[in-house]
Design a binder for this molecule. Sequence first.
Ligand code: NAP
Ligand code: GDD
Length: 324
Amino acid sequence: MTSGQGPRRALITGISGQDGSYLAEFLLERGYQVFGLLRRSSSPRTERIEHILDRLELLSGDLLDQGSLIRALDEAQPHEVYNLAAQSFVPTSWTEPVFTAEATALGVMRLLEALRHVCPDARFYQASTSEMFGSAPAPQHEGTPFHPRSPYGVAKVFAHWATVNYRESYGTYAVSGILFNHESPRRGPEFVTRKVSQAVARISLGKQKGLKLGNLQARRDWGHARDFVRAMWAMLQLDTPKDFVIATGQTHTVGELCRIAFEVAGLDWRDHVTSDSALLRPAEVDHLVGDAKHAQNQLGWKPEITFAQLVREMVENDLRLESK
Ligand code: NAP
Ligand code: GDD
């Protein structure tokens, strides 16, 4: 895709994460020049983007550091900014609530403020989340009131309203994608789908005995990250900025996830999984299922990968990795 003076430029924060890696691939396929914000760490965190590294322009920066955001925007001069960076693991938000708020809430305000000064015409995507709905009754849609249940959810509500406020205050093309859970073989190992797929692989290869999980009754609307990044891009291509719920509309318990995942390896999950009260959360989000009809009607978006296909892909990937 070109803008008259060369390719369109996109800046992705959180490019080293699950979604960042799929979005970078998606934008490269569309001819974008892709910049990524990468924070300094003691060892490289580019595992998920290793295969496209030579096509990316990585800029050093951190959501905690205002100057680094200004410099990154100035260097990239992006047409589109995708803010995917966050402290994204819900349990860590109880053990590190202030850090979570710094990165996941205030970090977004820092980035919006930098964008307003450096490149006010750039279009801005904020990675909002179904965790903002928390205990609100299912199915959740764009009009459902938020009731977050974790410091992470609280921080994301702040970031969500900051995005809406910059749109209303300054006319910024700033939108929030309220995405329900989405997974992939690149999912971090601490999240439940990957914890289960890795355990299935290791148990079936005799490398692990049993799997301890927390709440087996919680229900999530799980989709595939590859499907969900298409919606992020589509949200920045409209004439008028608007927020959307992105979800599959199907919900499953953690127990059902286990049944399907263990079946891929010919195992019965009830022989291997136990619930450990130490892994329960101080406050749980019991039931998430999204109504994405506006995305379907106005973005032409719908998911293509089913839950069973997602789980199979994750288990088969971990079987391959664990067999090496
Ligand atoms: P992820 O795999 O945890 O990736 C998070 C990314 O944020 C990583 O690249 C991480 O960098 C970066 N990051 C963290 N703190 C940062 C900071 N202070 N400055 C700069 N970068 C920082 O998350 P994901 O699953 O791809 O999710 C992407 C976004 O969507 C997140 O904002 C998440 O909260 C949101 N979201 C996710 C889901 C989902 O189901 N996946 C659903 C709704 C919303 P390092 O590699 O250096 O740690
Ligand atoms: N992580 C984890 N580990 N979760 C477990 C476990 C376990 O051992 N046992 C049960 N669960 C339950 C959790 O209590 C929760 O109800 C559900 O599995 C999903 O947990 P996670 O996979 O950790 O994801 P999440 O729903 O808390 O958060 C993810 O999705 C959000 C969107 O709704 C993250 O990606 C967030 O960043 C994202 O915003």
